[in-house]
Design a protein around this ligand. Structure first.
Ligand SMILES: Nc1ncnc2c1ncn2[C@@H]1O[C@H](COP(=O)(O)OP(=O)(O)OP(=O)(O)O)[C@@H](O)[C@H]1O
Length: 599
C-alpha cells in the first residue's frame, strides 16, 4: 500500500477526491468539507513535489563538478580581459553576473560537497553567567579540514584562534574569527593546555565539534583582492617543521598558478590552486618566509661549481667526435631549405650548441646546481591574464626539449606548413661567405669584431664557436621576424629562457616532452641522431639518455613552461603545436605582471 502511495500519491488522491465527491452527492455528513480540503490546489502541488523528490532520490544524481562557483569567477575574469567580446560573450557575462545564477551555483557547490553547514544542537542547560560575551559554535566535521589555526599567548597561556582559512568550514560558518579566545572544545576546558593538546582533542572528535569562544571585540573584516602568482619552487607542508598546522598547509610544485586570497600575515599566506577542484584555501609560506627558508637550505648545501650557464664551444663535443660512426654532417651542410621556391630563412639545423654534450657530464653539472640566484630571489612571480591586442607583435615562441626529442623536427615541420606565418630568426656568423650565398639569406655574415661587440652588448640569445667561426642568434634577428608580422619560433637551451623573459618579447615557452618509453622506441625506429658531427640511428643508450634528460629538464625548468607538448606521433605533435601557438597569440594567458606594466 505504502509502495503504491509512493509510486503515485497524487493519483491516489485524485481517486479519493472522486469517491468523496460521490459521497457529497449522496449528502453524507462532513463530506463537503473533506472534499474541499482534498481538492485544494496546494495539497495537489505538495504531493506532486513529494513524488518528484522520490523520483530524484531513486536517480541519485551526482554533481558534474564541485566548484562551479569558482569556475564562474574564473570565466568572468577571463572574459573581463577580452578586448572586443562578441555578442554571445557579453550575454554570457551578463548571465554569469546575475546574483541568481551565482547563488544557484554556490548552492550547487554546497550540495556537491555534501556541506550543508552546521547543525546546531540545543543550547546547554547551564548558561555561563557572562553569556553575552560567550559564543557557542558548533561545526560539523566532514572530509574537509576545520580551516582554523590556533596560537597560545606566551604570557597568559590563553589559546586564541590565530587564523581562519578562506572558504574552509570555520570561515563558512561565519562564527569563528582570528583573535577569538578559545574557552572549551567539546566540553573540555582549554585553559592551561598546549596548542598540540587542543589539536589532539580536535583530531579525536567525531561528528560535531562544539567550541566555546569569547569573540574578539576588535574584529576587523578584511576583504582582500586576490593576487595571482606562479610558483617558482616546490613546497611540501609535511616537510616543513615551521608551519603552524601541516593539515592546513597546501603543497605546490614549480609552475603552479595560485590565487593568493590572504596576505595579512607576514609569514603565512592563504592561497588556492587555480584550475583545481578544492574550494577552500591552504596555508603557504609568504615570499619573505620562503626566501629565508631557501637561503638556509642553500647555505647548508656543499659548494658546487656552477657549470650550467656558459657559452659552449663544440670542443665540448669531443666524446661525440670520437664516437661518431657513420657519415658526418656539418652545420652548414644542412643549412638551407627551399619549399615551393621560397627560401626559408632561419630554417636550418637547430642552433642548440649544447647538443649532445656528454650527457653524464651535463647531468652532473645540472644536478649540482644549487638553487639559482633568480630562484632564490623570487619564489613566487605575480602574474596577470594577458591577451595580445591584435595590433601588437606576436609573442616570441620558445621551444625547449632534451636533445633528440624532436624540437628541430617540429620547428621545421611547422615552418614548412606555413612559411608565411611561422619563421625562425636568421643567425649571425663570422665564417666567410661562400659562392652562391647572400648575406641576410643564409646568415647575417659579420666580422669577428662586430660579432664580439654584439656579444659584449648582450645582443645574442645564444652563441658559440664551430671550426673557429662564431655563430649566434641575436635579439635583433628575432625582432626582424616579429616586425614582419610573423610568429617567431626559436629553440634554445632552457638556461637561456630567463634572459628572454621580458616585457618586449613576452615569450611563450613550450616544453617538448619525450613520450612514454614504449612509444619513444616505436616512433623513433627510423629516426636519426643528427648534429654537427654525426648522423646515426638511435641506440638503446640514446633512448635512456633522452628519457632521463627530458625528465631532468622538466623538473628543473618547469616553472618557465607555459605549455607541455608530448612529441609522440610527429604529425599529431605538429598539429598540436600549431594550435598551442595560436592559443598563445589569440587567447588570454598568464604572464608576469611586470610584462604588462606601462613603461
Ligand atoms: N615524433 C617523432 N617521431 C619519430 N621521429 C621523430 C619525431 N620527432 C623527431 N624525430 C626524429 O628524431 C631525430 C631527432 O630529431 P631532432 O633532430 O629534431 O631532435 P632535436 O630535439 O632537435 O635534437 P638536437 O637538438 O640534438 O638536434 C630526427 O631523425 C627526427 O626526424
Amino acid at each position: 500500500m505504502r509502495q503504491a502511495m509512493e509510486d503515485g500519491v497524487s493519483e491516489v488522491l485524485s481517486s479519493v477526491v472522486n469517491d468523496v465527491g460521490e459521497a457529497v452527492s449522496r449528502n453524507v455528513s462532513g463530506a463537503e468539507l473533506l472534499h474541499e480540503l482534498l481538492s485544494a490546489p496546494w495539497l495537489h502541488a505538495l504531493l506532486k513535489i513529494y513524488e518528484c523528490l522520490l523520483q530524484f532520490q531513486r536517480l541519485s544524481p551526482s554533481p558534474f563538478l564541485p566548484y562551479a562557483s569558482r569556475l564562474l569567477h574564473e570565466i568572468m575574469t577571463v572574459m573581463e580581459k577580452v578586448h572586443c567580446p562578441s555578442a554571445e560573450a557579453r550575454e554570457l557575462y551578463s548571465l554569469l553576473s546575475s546574483p541568481h545564477i551565482q547563488a544557484l551555483l554556490s548552492s550547487h557547490d554546497s550540495v556537491a560537497l555534501l556541506d550543508y553547514g552546521p547543525v546546531l544542537p540545543p543550547l546547554p542547560d547551564e548558561m555561563p553567567e557572562d553569556e553575552e560575551a560567550m559564543r557557542i559554535v558548533c561545526l560539523v566535521k566532514n572530509n574537509q579540514p576545520l580551516g582554523a589555526t590556533i596560537r597560545r599567548d606566551e604570557e597568559t597561556g590563553d589559546i586564541y584562534i590565530a587564523r581562519v582559512i578562506c572558504g574552509g568550514l570555520a570561515d563558512r560558518s561565519g562564527l569563528l574569527h582570528p583573535g577569538d579566545l578559545l574557552v572549551e572544545v567539546n566540553g573540555n576546558p582549554v585553559v592551561g593546555l598546549e596548542p598540540e593538546q587542543v589539536i589532539q582533542i580536535l583530531i579525536n572528535s567525531q561528528g560535531t565539534i562544539l567550541f566555546k569562544v569569547i569573540p574578539n571585540a576588535a574584529q576587523t573584516s578584511s576583504t582582500q583582492k586576490p593576487v595571482y602568482m606562479r610558483t617558482m619552487v616546490d613546497y611540501c607542508p609535511l616537510q616543513d617543521s615551521s608551519i603552524p598546522c601541516p593539515d592546513a598547509g597546501m603543497s605546490f610544485s614549480k609552475g603552479d598558478l595560485l590565487e593568493v586570497v590572504d596576505q595579512s600575515d607576514a609569514q603565512w599566506w592563504q592561497a588556492r590552486k587555480l584550475y583545481c577542484p578544492v574550494s577552500y584555501a591552504g596555508l603557504i609560506p609568504s615570499a619573505g618566509m620562503l626566501k629565508s627558508k631557501q637561503r638556509e637550505q642553500w647555505w647548508c648545501q656543499p659548494l658546487q661549481v656552477h657549470t650550467c650557464i656558459r657559452p659552449l664551444t663544440l670542443a665540448d663535443n669531443e666524446d661525440d667526435l670520437t664516437q661518431a660512426d657513420d657519415k658526418h654532417t656539418t652545420a652548414d651542410e644542412n643549412d638551407s631549405d627551399v619549399t615551393d621556391g621560397i627560401y626559408l630563412a632561419g630554417f636550418r639545423r637547430s642552433f642548440r650548441l649544447w647538443k649532445r654534450v656528454s650527457y653524464r657530464r651535463r647531468r652532473q653539472s645540472c644536478t649540482s646546481c644549487s638553487p639559482s640566484s633568480s630562484a632564490l630571489s623570487t619564489p613566487y612571480e605575480e602574474v596577470t591574464l594577458y591577451q595580445r591586442p591584435p595590433q601588437e607583435n606576436h609573442r616570441l615562441i620558445i621551444l625547449v626539449g632534451a636533445s633528440g626529442v624532436g624540437v628541430n623536427e617540429l620547428r621545421k615541420r611547422l615552418i614548412k606548413l606555413n612559411p608565411s606565418t611561422f619563421q625562425g630568426p636568421l643567425p649571425h656568423t663570422t665564417r666567410p661567405i661562400r659562392e652562391g650565398e647572400q648575406t641576410g639569406r643564409e646568415y647575417h655574415f659579420v666580422t669577428k669584431e662586430l660579432f664580439e661587440y654584439m656579444v659584449c652588448n648582450h645582443r645574442f640569445v645564444e652563441y658559440g664557436e664551430y671550426k673557429g667561426h662564431l655563430y649566434g642568434t641575436s635579439t635583433d634577428a628575432i625582432d626582424e621576424v616579429l616586425k614582419r608580422g610573423r610568429m617567431c619560433i626559436i629553440d634554445v637551451e632552457p638556461h637561456c629562457i630567463q634572459s628572454l623573459r621580458a616585457r618586449k618579447l613576452k615569450p611563450y615557452v613550450i616544453f617538448i616532452k619525450a613520450p612514454s618509453p614504449d612509444r619513444l622506441r616505436q616512433t623513433r625506429r627510423d629516426a636519426r641522431i643528427i648534429n654537427y658531427t654525426i648522423s646515426r640511428a638511435f641506440t638503446e643508450d640514446d633512448f635512456v639518455e633522452l628519457e632521463e634528460a627530458s625528465k631532468l629538464m622538466e623538473a628543473k625548468y618547469r616553472q618557465f613552461f607555459d605549455s607541455v607538448l608530448v612529441n609522440d606521433d610527429p604529425q599529431d605533435a605538429c598539429m598540436q603545436l600549431c594550435s598551442i601557438m595560436q592559443q598563445a597569440q589569440d587567447e588570454p594567458q598568464w604572464i608576469p605582471v611586470s610584462w604588462n606594466r606601462m613603461e
